[in-house]
Design a protein around this ligand. Structure first.
Ligand SMILES: [Zn+2]
Length: 543
């Protein structure tokens, strides 16, 4: 009898209702029963004492890039901090890039784009979305994977047009592949409109993709064109703040197509965008009041990961690598960049190296561009360019001043506290370097410092948004809730102890505390706080 009884805990079932004392019985890979205190406790082969702890559904990281780590055979070690913080399911394929579907002739373009998200290259042993999901299942993933199909990936597969408007037949080819991917199990469509090629896609193209998603009842997640007051995606002369403009444009696409929209990483990048948080949430609320199905998601830190190339204008990137050595190009870039930083509200000490990506330069990991400039006795601009040139743009960075800073988290807390906000990590996980704190502490930080200590919202609401509400967003019907017959993804945590270990000075983020047990499809992946790396019990979720 393959049964485990989680005994005498406080049950928070993921539906948002009040917690109650009780027990949960797991049988094989399913939840057999959720019992109230006082009900007769059934026999079980194994017992886990949950006294003093909360029993909740496994957390869903609803905006993940772990699909770029899962094909690696050592991914259970790379992604251990996900299970250690209670995550059992990741929604991959975000920001326009999924590893499928693909076409061999244009695979190079997808592969280049994906360098931002992956730790190292792997073999693409698939072409269609169905083949990809089948391969992922065979690889015994450590986490459950639900996968979106990316707009950029579809463009690479369906068209030879590098960017900008596509010929009509290419567009219909892309849309056919979108329909097929959704039929084959993709849980939705994702856009990465802040990156090439998405940033050059005309609004008619976005509408056409969203129309197909709406007809297929698939959610569209969107990395908007801009998150800061000024961005490389619109002309400097645009009168409206770029982040507000980008949001309005996408809400209009949702209005015209009726697509269910998930606004990804609802962040305010650079100090001068912070005051627009209320106006942006009001736009979202207005659209919701008008009947549109729109939600947002966010991570609980004031930094996010990207590449060193992210702030560079397109004309400079298009002229690489020669532009690094051109005095004229460097002069123009310096003026534009430093003006842009001033208008957006960035300073060079906001840019921290995660992984320098240059052999022998590991000592730079964790330092800010301002610190590297002091170390090299050069200007921050020259330091940034030297690093970008030597790494060929592969340096991964943590950008700070996202929705606040440690001493001012008003914008961040306003977003996280919004009723339509779900939770995500959005992390790029690397085997080396200075980690994004969200990779280690997202869910414990919300449950501890923000819910228990700051009382931003109650525990039941927090768990609901981490589980049932996120599952519902993507039509994942058998997870995210503690109920008889659902998949046995369960987290047992100590609500009094749970917290992240945020970075301090040069010390990177550490392991979170308070997650006692994690079950994934009934397998015991975190046992008394210890990660069991041999457990590879994840399922591929086809919706
Ligand atoms: Zn993104």
């Amino acid at each position: 009898m393959d049964t485990t009884l989680l005994r005498s805990g406080v049950i928070v079932d993921g539906l948002g209702g009040p917690a109650f004392p009780g027990h949960v019985l797991l049988r094989g890979d399913r939840i057999d029963a959720v019992l109230r205190e006082g009900d007769t406790t059934p026999e079980a082969a194994r017992h886990v004492d949950a006294t003093g702890c909360v029993i909740a559904p496994g957390f869903i990281d609803m905006h993940s890039h772990a699909d770029w780590q899962l094909p690696l055979d050592d991914h259970p070690e790379l992604l251990s901090s996900m299970l250690e913080q209670g995550v059992t399911t990741v929604v991959g394929g975000n920001c326009g890039i999924s590893p499928a579907p693909l076409r061999r002739e244009t695979l190079g373009r997808l592969h280049d784009f994906a360098s931002i998200a992956r730790d190292r290259p792997f073999e693409y042993a698939w072409e269609s979305f169905a083949e990809y999901l089948e391969q992922m299942g065979k690889g015994k993933p450590a986490l459950n994977l639900a996968e979106l199909v990316g707009h950029s990936t579809l463009r690479y597969a369906g068209s030879d047009a590098a960017r900008g408007p596509m010929p009509r037949e290419d567009l219909s080819n892309c849309l056919d592949r979108l329909r097929q991917s959704v039929e084959e199990g993709a849980c939705g469509l994702s856009f990465g409109l802040g990156y090439d090629p998405g940033m050059y896609s005309p609004v008619e193209e976005l509408q056409a993709f969203c129309q197909v998603a709406a007809e297929a009842d698939a959610t569209a997640t969107v990395h908007l064109k801009a998150y800061s007051r000024i961005s490389p995606c619109y002309p400097v002369t645009t009168p409206e703040a770029h982040n507000v403009r980008a949001l309005r444009e996408m809400l209009e696409v949702a209005r015209q197509t009726g697509v269910r929209l998930q606004l990804s990483h609802f962040i305010f990048v650079g100090r001068r965008s912070w005051p627009s948080v209320e106006a942006c949430l009001e736009l979202v609320d207005g659209a919701r009041r008008n009947g549109l199905d729109i939600m947002i998601d966010a991570f609980p830190y004031t930094c996010g990961n990207t590449t060193i190339h992210a702030p560079f204008p397109y004309w400079f990137l298009a002229a690489l690598p020669g532009a690094y050595r051109s005095r004229l190009a460097r002069m123009r870039l310096r003026v534009e960049l430093e003006l842009g930083f001033r208008l957006a509200g960035f300073i060079y000490s906001d840019f921290q190296v995660m992984d320098a990506g240059v052999e022998g330069w590991e000592e730079l990991n964790g330092l800010t561009i301002a610190e590297i400039a002091r170390k090299w006795k050069t200007s921050p601009f020259d330091a940034m360019l030297t690093l970008a040139e030597r790494s060929k743009g592969a340096t991964t960075m943590l950008f700070h001043s996202y929705s606040g800073e440690p001493q001012n988290q008003h914008a961040l807390e306003t977003v996280l506290g919004h009723e339509a906000c779900l939770f995500e990590t959005d992390v790029i996980v690397k085997s080396g370097g200075h980690p994004n704190p969200a990779a280690l502490g997202t869910f414990p930080r919300i449950l501890g410092p923000l819910v228990r200590d700051r009382r931003l919202f109650d525990l039941e609401t927090a768990v609901h948004r981490m589980t049932g509400a996120s599952a519902g967003r993507f039509g994942i019907s058998d997870r995210g809730v503690l109920a008889s017959g659902k998949a046995a993804d369960v987290v047992v945590f100590d609500a009094a102890q749970i917290c992240d270990t945020p970075p301090e000075g040069k010390q990177p983020a550490g392991r979170s505390r308070g997650i006692e047990h994690v079950f994934i499809n009934g397998a015991h992946a975190v046992k008394a706080g210890v990660y069991q790396s041999g457990v590879r019990a994840g399922h591929v979720i086809r919706t």
